[in-house]
Each structure stands twice: as structure tokens, then as C-alpha cells.
Design a protein around this ligand. Sequence first.
Ligand code: COI
Length: 354
Amino acid sequence: MLKIKIEKTAHPKPKPTGPLGFGSVFTDHMFLMDYTADKGWHDPRVVPYAPIVLDPAALVFHYAQECFEGMKAYRTAAGRVQLFRPDKNGERLRSTHERLCIPPIPVDDFVQAVKALVAVDKDWVPAEEGTSLYIRPFTIATEAQLGVKASSAYQFCIIASPSGSYYPTGIDPVRIYVEDEYVRAAPGGTGAVKCGGNYAASLLSGEKAHRLGYGQVLWLDGVERRYVEEVGSMNCFFKIGGVIRTAPTAGTVLPGITRMSCIELLEGWGYPVSVAPLPIEDVMRADEDGTLEEVFGTGTAAVISPVGELKYRDRAAVINGGRIGPVTQRLYDTLTGIQYGRLPAPQGWITEVE
Ligand code: COI
């Protein structure tokens, strides 16, 4: 159990009015906690939101020893504020820390820290349909020195941003470019953890997709450039001939919490779900023979995002006439129903913020 000090701002900012974008407005406070080799993780505190001052030699700037999480706080119709499976974010942060040689933060401490910040900034959790407080925990290496090694000092920080939909198109289907030139992850690399470097490496390809008129990239595996892995900021599902298929996370695909929740919901509804390598040719062949029924992405920021078109080499598959399919819609309605408290949640999925 952390002993969190709370220092409230003397200068609260005005809350945004009008439609919310994604991740560009920040609340009045942030959570900070430091690590040094002699003290371990210490000094947990909620303080006024402010710039972080670091030595220019801090290891994070040079060798990218940093990582992050993404989660949301939702306001229910009754005005309660709740988190969705925050323990799963804590578990994933722990495995990311392990991969990046960062000392672990106990899952309970992580959840307590998130709750403490959201409780202080509770008034920032927006109430309009489809909005939420996006929460961004992250850890950076702060030791000032230029040798390539694991830092001996870190800062863990949580910031929060009242947000609307991640894609400017909302729940309208996205058009996706299948990338067969660049790769996102290779076995043994960092593809299955949430470090910023994975996203930096994806930018060039994202720009290429935008130039070609597509909203996102679908990554293929890094060895054969053959098996579908994930889409830009989401995991990806394909409904082919009644079976819902998604890539295994096995080292190169991020184990998404929305992905995991969708698999659990789909299995509970009796759909056959196959978590196994899926060649892109099988997807395109399914399009040709009319069995590619639905494609959708899942992610905390993106929620459930229907895919309307897949472009692979010189072929374009238009999925379900470019419209959201029934399973995608059911998942969206159920997941958001649970998150916003309109539907009962499976045991342990919802944590209320007092
Ligand atoms: C999330 O879905 O929360 C993510 O972290 C994806 C992203 C915005 C990078």
C-alpha cells in the first residue's frame, strides 16, 4: 500500500468546452513516483500538472528506456467514475518493465496510483456520450550518463486527458493498408510490450499509408511478411466463414486488454474463436470467395473500430460493403455498455473510483 501525498493546484484550469479530440488537453494534476537503487520506488505523490525537468544526459533521451500504458476512466449515467480492468494494465506494465530492465511496480500500487490521480481529477472525467478520461501511465529512465546500460534511476508518472474518439472518423470504418515492406516487430524483440520505440518505428509506414489514402497500417510478421499481426494502435480480428480469428500475441503482438476482453465475450456468446497465425493470403482469398465477413480493430483508445477496406499489394478487399458488421457492433455495444455502467460487468472488470 502506497502512502500517496496529495498537493492540489492553487490554479485549476478551465475545463474544455465543445467537442473533445484525443489526448491534447490535460487535467490539473499528475502522479509521480521516483526510483533510485538505494531507496527503491519512493515518494509517491499527486502534484499539480507541470513540465518534468530532466538532465539532457538522462538515459531516456538516448537509448529509449521508457514505456507506457493506456487506460480510461468512464463516467456512468449515475455520475459514478469507473476504471476498466486496471489490474490488467498493471500486469502488462510489469511485463514491459521486465523486458526493459526497469524495476517492477507492484500491480496493487499501480492501481492505487491510478485511482488516486483520477479521484483528485474526478471533475475532469467528461460526461458526454463517447467521451472518457484517457489515462497515460509511463516510466522513464532518468539517470544522467551516456553508457548503454539499464538506468539506476527512474520516474513513473501518470497524466490524464479528457478525450473523445481516437479516430476523427469516430466509429466509421477505417481503411487499412497492409504493410509488406517495413516491419513492426520480430521474434525476441519488444513487439509484445508497450515501449515507445515500437511506435517510433511505425511512423514512417503510417505516413506512407496516409500518402496512399489509408488511415492505418496492418502489420505482417517480421520473418515471412506473411501472417497478420496488428494494426497501428489496435489488435485486429477477422471473421471468416463464421470463425473469429486473431493473431497470437506470442512475442510480437501487444497483448491488448480490449483484445483479451473481446475474446472472453465472444467465447461466452458461443462464437468459435481461433487464436492462431493467419496468413494474409487466406484473408484475401476469403474476400474473393465471399467468406470474409467482418474485420475490426480493438484497443483502449480506439475501443472497437470496424475496418471497411484492406489494401494488400494490388488488391483491395471491401469488407461488409464498407459498413460495420453485426459482431463488431455487438462487441462495441457490450464493451461500452460495461465500461459506462449500462450493462452488468463480468466479475472483476470494473473498479470504482471513490
Ligand atoms: C491505447 O489504446 O491506449 C494505446 O496505447 C494506443 C495508442 C494511442 C498508442
